[in-house]
Write a new protein. Structure first.
Lengths: 371, 371, 371
């Protein structure tokens, strides 16, 4: 489509018209990253890191931040542009004009095995070799890709997507507009064993797992159910691939857990928490609202709201950065310390000598002429 | 059931009658965590952390430790109670009176594809779209949930449960009463590549994986087979979700590996080893009996029995806790060191001056009246 | 087969005849690790660690390094041997003479669901309950194990093997002679969400994932596709189980990523990079050719070629080893520092006293006889 049409479409989502230069009005055929963009594509620039890219990009159109210098350069290079305070957000809307993710057509594949007691909403799409067991309820527009196994008594809200070969365990409740990616396992037995003289004894996991609306769970991620009570993931929270959420965890709304994060049993988070890749959250830890943790951090205890944490055990990031910068100088510090110890010992001896010498001089002085 | 009946059932597992107060004898309909318990539920209290909960819980009955103060408070609040040295262990037995995990009915689903050479025990339950390949042997009461794929020549002992979509590779031997959770992969090819001038050359993995009786393997966990010999997981050991066990590892009996633990090739553990979440065990490391490792620890070499380890590379936990407490003071220490260096340099100069002054005084003194 | 025949077979892969002692010429029935080898097996010795094993192994034949002492001991113990500079590489060839991994017979299982638009090469093997969706192309000799789901428009090169229950997402391109292990997910949606006042907004992932020839991806590993552009894994690179590769990563040829490695979005590696277990690579990090990172290292920014890195944040391994050795002496260092501060303070006082004393002596001396 023409760039001017594209802008019209994007402006329809906005409260007011956008700053723009549509003079060149190129035909836009797709979207691309700024460094790889070819003629005929729309790209975007966000942050100072990519600012220089405007001078060499081959994109025909770009979404810019509100930066007059970038706008001028783009116009000068005859690149069409729109300018907003959050270019990546507008780009996300633009991508949808060119790309729709693959989805199954509504309908039930003849090989899908659906227990007679299952309630299905309208326009569901159920793929090949799907198994849906007794008592499950699926809302309108739910899409279940091939090979998914749904255990009994599961509830799935409208428009939720289950990708291939994922497994939803008994009594799990999944909200509306969720996405469960391929191979993820939701509502499986929590890791509950009690030590006894005869070895570990299994604590049956009678609780449930609840995913609120708009939750995403990444490929091969696992969310366990608890012995009693529930495991809950809040509205619009997003879990990346291979994340583990233990029994009884409660994740608040709008949280983001990057790949391979692990939360042990009973951990909780507030809202808008961001955990970097491979972060670990200890048993029963309480993570406050808007906490951010750098990759590989180990969080335990109570983390105050708005903290930015790093390291294991985690510290506030300023402390961590200072300490880790000095970490590599430990050998040098150790050596300096040794040297100081020797120097101080030498000084102590010298001072003692000086003192005793002084004393003897003092005595001499007091009676300097004695024979 | 009435609390008094429940107590009777639980006492039937015990060597002798339990301390109790059944006066209120409430009707018990289920089990719950102490903080979330509603009227009509049984809960338990373990450790000092939850002791105060007895004053506000809504539970109608509780399992208490052998603590007269807690017993008195419970009786006073008309909460029925039983009291034992290990409340959580008794609670695990109580849960089973109210909750039985979902299991398939014995029988073979018509869509299950079972090679004619497969030997099946009595009362097996084989779910939909299961594939069992040539030469496999399944014991009595084995339960295979939908979507499981069993490669050739696998052996599975009595009453073992395979959850949905897990994969058991060729020649794997799984004992009795094991549980393989959804999506786990057992007996897959170990990561064996040999460097050559032309690149990495594959070392075929001709060995096998053996799981002894009562082993559990968590969702999406992976246990590899080796090039030669075997990978073995000992009796009653429990692996949580997303754990990786490399080729040729030998895990002893009654070990617990929390979520996302990784063991590189050839690592071994003794008995009753406990590894926290995201722990890594290096190539060929030997972990002694009863070793415990805190979350994220990195273990290598030989770890003596009964060690409690933390950090990466791991140290005994007391050392680690002391060092990590001081870690955040590194910048301050570095500054102190600098200051000391300046102070010592100044002192050295001063002492030198004092000494030379003293020497000249001494000379003066020796001939004080010289003209 | 006779050892002499075995040697003949192995020599046929070599540029020239091998050093050997075939005098005993035992019958070889299989391969084994040196410590576990029984009579009738072939084993190998590599590195000094296993050198002493030659004195007690029960193997009937061994592959040795070019070490006359080992050769002499083997001959003396009547163990047949061959000797090469890289014994493990030759052993890898020997294993293949005794063991062929299980593979499906060519043919299409009647339960495999293959969209009419799919193009299949010759001699493909498609297992039970496989689903191959519209527009996919599979090369000659491709082997797809049971339960695999292939989304639309996927391309798979000749002789590539897809193990059970793995999932290949839309438009993924997989080269020739690749192996995708059980449960792995390739080409799934990258983790792309943009913050807005209303919460996280999904950035659709319109890009693709490309695996070049001879790539292996481990069990339950995940390789995401990007919003725009591609995620690429280079020729002959090997990913172990539970590895995560984020959107837009570019891994060079002949790299090895051990189990549970995680690469965040946009990371790149050169050639022959080796990442140990649980290593994390940050967003946009650039890892140079032949970089090696120890288990659990956290890499970010640009890592120069040939670096060997450890720790988090990672440092050159020599620095890390020195610093981590001193880490456990931090409490002692802290105490020493305190003691030094006290000693220096005491010295400062003493020196001041000495100085003032000296001054007064000096004054006295200057007029020693004053009344």
């Amino acid at each position: 489509m023409k760039f001017s049409q594209l802008v019209q479409r994007l402006e329809s989502y906005q409260p007011q018209p956008l700053q723009k230069d549509t003079a060149a009005d190129p035909e836009i055929q797709g979207v691309a990253a700024i460094e790889e963009a070819a003629a005929g594509t729309l790209s975007y620039i966000e942050g100072s890191r990519f600012a220089r890219s405007i001078q060499r990009t081959q994109a025909s159109a770009v979404i810019l931040p509100l930066d007059p210098a970038l706008q001028a350069t783009a116009s000068q290079r005859q690149i069409a542009w729109i300018s907003v305070s959050e270019p990546k957000l507008l780009f996300a809307q633009a991508v949808r004009l060119f790309y729709q993710p693959f989805s199954l057509e509504p309908g039930i594949h003849p090989t899908a095995l659906i227990h007679p007691s299952v309630e299905l909403g309208e326009s569901v799409a159920i793929g090949a070799y799907v198994v849906i067991q007794a008592g499950a309820k699926l809302g309108n527009g739910v899409c279940v890709h091939p090979g998914v196994v749904i255990y009994p008594e599961v509830q799935i809200g409208d428009r939720t997507i289950l990708h291939a070969n994922c497994v939803i365990h008994e009594r799990t409740q999944i909200g509306r507009n969720c996405v469960i990616h391929s191979g993820a396992v939701i509502g499986s037995e929590g890791f509950g064993f009690v030590p006894s003289a005869q070895g570990w004894v299994k604590l049956e996991q009678s609780g449930i797992t609840v995913l609120e609306d708009h939750v995403e769970v990444g490929c091969n991620a696992t969310v366990d159910r608890p012995a009693v009570g529930e495991t809950r993931i809040g509205y619009n929270s997003k879990l990346d691939n291979l994340v583990h959420v233990g029994h009884n965890c409660r994740i608040g709304p709008n949280c983001v857990l990057a790949a391979q994060v692990g939360m042990a049993g009973g951990g909780t988070t507030g809202t808008w928490v961001i955990l970097g890749g491979q972060v670990g959250v200890a048993n029963q830890a309480n993570i406050g609202d808007r906490v951010q943790a750098g990759a590989k951090a180990g969080l335990h205890g109570t983390i105050a709201p708005d903290s930015i944490m790093m390291g294991n055990p985690a510290s506030p990031y300023k402390t961590f950065l200072k300490s880790s910068a000095i970490y590599n100088r430990l050998p040098e510090m150790h050596q300096s310390l040794r040297q100081l110890q020797r120097q101080v010992a030498a000084l102590q001896q010298q001072v003692q000598q000086v003192q005793s010498q002084q004393e003897s001089q003092h005595r001499t002085q007091e009676s300097p002429m004695q024979p």
